[in-house]
Design a protein around this ligand. Structure first.
Ligand SMILES: Cc1ncc(COP(=O)(O)O)c(C=O)c1O
Length: 421
């Protein structure tokens, strides 16, 4: 069979397919594997209980349950859900959002597939426009989403030491400004908090990116899969950002509902109409279970409270604990630094003197029953002839969402593995 260029890109090997295959395989065929790889949220007991209760409420209202299962939603999403979410965002964030600014998608992942292909790529005027990632490493799931070659331009960050074994990436604004001058850019895109690093771009960085986007007449895409007002996996003070020039995505996944595949785009009506049209073309309608389960919690603002009082403290404590375990496990045996863990579900470990690539380290750790994600996969969009940057091969992403004992063992095995190289 001969696949098209787009077919090869979407249907061939990629970082995200390896990640998801590893995740699925470990969960089904290799229960002994310590899963520090994938992006599954933790099974927070209080949240699991909330969703079980909401399912009970839905089942008890037989009419609502039947309508949910037996009807297609409109492609923009259920009108009742969109109204509830608009009210929630107005109250919680003070944004001037109406249902015209909201579209549901099958997960945040699909939202980005739609947005990237809507905005970037070949245009009718003969130009080829790209997505600018102002700070890599960036989310592995974006890499293969453009239907065609050459979809991304990325800027390496500035790196700041924040402690003996801690560091933080910062946006290199002169590099971003130069990329905006040099390339034909369709949109600027960031995840905040960032997967894989746990970085939270500061309010000042976001405001500068927003100004640059406005000055160039392009949107700023903010992937808010972990942020505010939900799920709230963010451990430093930071303001959620949305305005007329911003396209923000939200997801129900990290609230504990990845199985419902529910993402949300918050953007100008022109974008929302296009996203709804794409949903019709690609999949007719969205899944509606996540919308039905979460709507009552949006209407009462309970989702904001749960994010602040249950989800944030849970992940913050997991992060703190994982850092303590890793610092203790290394015990000064080799140079390392952990990215400041400001949000999301991961520690981003940097080994400045790693004698092998992080891809090779990943293979060695997998053989010892620890699954991580090699850092290489998150550095994409660099120009082909850009100078070598060894940092790209020196990092690992590990999740702290799994059972604490598994995380502890996994971190100890990683430390042993690196010490033994
Ligand atoms: C930064 C980021 N964006 C988007 C997604 C997609 O999530 P979903 O499609 O489950 O909403 C993820 C999942 O891990 C993520 O980490």
């Amino acid at each position: 069979m001969r696949f098209s260029i787009a077919g090869q890109k979407l249907g061939g090997p990629s970082g995200i397919t390896t990640l998801m295959a590893d995740l699925g395989q470990a969960l089904t065929t290799n229960p002994g594997m310590r899963m520090l790889g994938g992006g599954n949220p933790a099974h927070i007991p209080a949240m699991m209980e909330i969703w079980r209760q909401q399912m009970g409420v839905l089942l008890a209202d037989g009419g609502a349950y039947d309508r949910m299962l037996a009807n297609y939603d409109g492609p923009q999403g259920s009108p009742a859900f969109l109204a509830a979410l608009a009210g929630f965002l107005q109250r919680q964030c003070g944004w001037d959002v109406t249902p015209e600014n909201l579209a549901v998608t099958p997960g945040g992942q699909s939202a980005f597939f739609y947005l990237f292909n809507l905005l970037a790529g070949p245009h009718a005027d003969g130009t080829h426009r790209k997505i600018l990632l102002p700070l890599i490493p960036e989310y592995i799931g974006y890499e293969n989403q453009g239907i065609g070659p050459d979809w991304f331009v990325a800027c390496p960050p500035l790196m700041e030491r924040t402690g003996e074994h801690r560091f933080k990436y910062r946006v290199d604004f002169p590099a971003v400004a130069a990329a905006l001058q040099r390339e034909n850019i369709a949109a600027i895109c960031v995840s905040r908090p960032t997967n894989p690093t746990g970085n939270v771009l500061t309010d000042e960085e976001i405001s500068q990116l927003s100004d640059l986007a406005v000055a160039h007449g392009i949107p700023l895409l903010i992937d808010n899969a972990y942020g505010l007002p939900f799920p709230g996996a963010i451990f430093v003070p930071a303001q959620p950002h949305w305005d007329a020039g911003t396209i923000l995505t939200l997801s129900l996944s990290k609230l504990g509902l990845p199985g419902t595949r529910t993402g949300i785009v918050v953007g100008p009506p022109e974008i929302i109409r296009a996203i709804s049209a794409m949903t019709s073309v690609v999949g007719l309608a969205n899944t509606n279970l996540g919308q039905a389960l979460s709507r009552p919690l949006l209407e009462t603002d309970a989702l904001a409270r749960l994010s602040q009082e249950t989800i944030r403290p849970f992940y913050e404590e997991r992060s703190r604990q994982a850092q303590v375990w890793f610092d203790a496990a290394v015990a000064g045996r080799f140079p390392y630094a952990i990215h400041e863990s400001e949000g999301a579900f991961f520690l981003w470990l940097w080994f400045p003197e790693l004698p092998i690539s992080s891809q090779e380290l990943y293979e060695k750790l997998k053989a010892r029953q620890v699954l991580v994600v090699p850092g290489e996969s998150f550095f994409f969009g660099l120009p082909p002839h850009s100078p070598d940057w060894p940092h790209r091969r020196q990092c690992l992403r590990v999740t702290f969402c799994q059972d604490p004992q598994i995380v502890r063992q996994g971190l100890e095995i990683i430390a042993e593995g690196v010490a033994g190289l």
